[in-house]
Design a protein around this ligand. Structure first.
Ligand code: APR
Length: 252
């Protein structure tokens, strides 16, 4: 059954000139990074949505920083899995002739796609490894796992916040523009490890789908889709990304 569905999905993706790939927390689950809406969505009995917003940072910056620093510590000990590696190898093969033949938009802030060597990652929700000046918005790399004192920006001397997109916040302009360009160019979409409930990320796939393009979805959760169709109405490959994506993207 899964074999024939993977074959069907490969046939759907093979003729595509440009594939939009959207990934979520599920693609990093087998690397040990907790997902949000799974059992890992709580920290110190606080739901992630209580902490991942500007109001929480304004009222309790130390707590919010401690959560992000703990996430850095967790991710630092993780390594990219077979799904990250297969996506990176596939992208490298497809871009071999210098023509952009796809784009990877990730909602993840963990940096595991980059560590797997993916040639081009659109970080739609920012990065765990960047700090943002709360005064001017300037960003810088920060690999620190501990901050005795909360970080202060070299530019303004203002408190820095994690360089991620929080609920109620806009997507960074450059990432949004790059993602929209990819949607325009795409004639197929591949969706891996996302609940598909957060916008505007989910709308990217909906736009490609609305243009009549094939969509392939990888997700093990039996409640993710309906019957044989995934949450976006595409070919649903029900199983873990680490097992399915390498088979889906294997060289002919
Ligand atoms: N392989 C593939 N998918 C998996 C795996 C796996 N091994 N394990 C879990 N999943 C699926 C789950 O079934 C779920 O549908 O990954 C999805 C993860 O969903 P969420 O935890 O909701 O994460 P995501 O969709 O990426 O969240 C989107 O919401 O919390 C905000 O900004 C945050 O970027 C995040 C956004």
């Amino acid at each position: 059954m899964l074999d024939s569905r993977i074959a069907e999905a490969r046939r759907a993706l093979a003729p595509a000139r440009f594939v939009l790939v959207l990934t979520g927390a599920g693609v990093s689950a087998e690397s040990g990074v907790p997902t949000f809406r799974g059992p890992g969505g709580y920290w110190r009995n606080r739901h992630f949505s209580e902490l991942a917003n500007p109001d929480a940072f304004a009222s309790e910056p130390r707590t919010v920083w401690d959560w992000y620093l703990e996430r850095r510590s967790t991710v630092r000990l993780c390594t990219p899995n077979a799904a990250h590696a297969a996506l990176a190898a596939w992208a490298a093969r497809r871009h071999a002739d210098g023509e952009p033949r796809g784009a990877l938009v990730t909602q993840n802030v963990d940096g595991l796609h980059e560590r797997a060597g993916h040639p081009e990652v659109i970080r739609f929700h920012g990065s765990l490894w960047r700090n943002r000046c709360s005064a001017c918005g300037a960003e810088r790399e920060d690999e620190a796992l501990h901050h005795a004192e909360l970080p202060v920006s070299p530019c303004c001397g203002a408190l820095e916040r994690p360089g991620v997109v929080w609920f109620g916040e806009a997507i960074p302009r450059a990432a949004l523009d790059a993602a929209y360009d990819a949607v325009q160019a795409a004639d197929a979409a591949l969706v891996i490890g996302t609940a598909g409930v957060v916008y505007p990320a989910a709308a990217l796939v909906e736009s490609v789908r609305a243009a009549g393009a094939p969509v392939v979805e990888v997700n093990p959760d039996e409640d993710y889709g309906l019957g044989e169709r995934g949450a976006f109405g595409g070919v649903w490959l029900r199983g873990p990304a680490g097992a399915i994506v390498p088979r889906l993207l294997a060289e002919d």
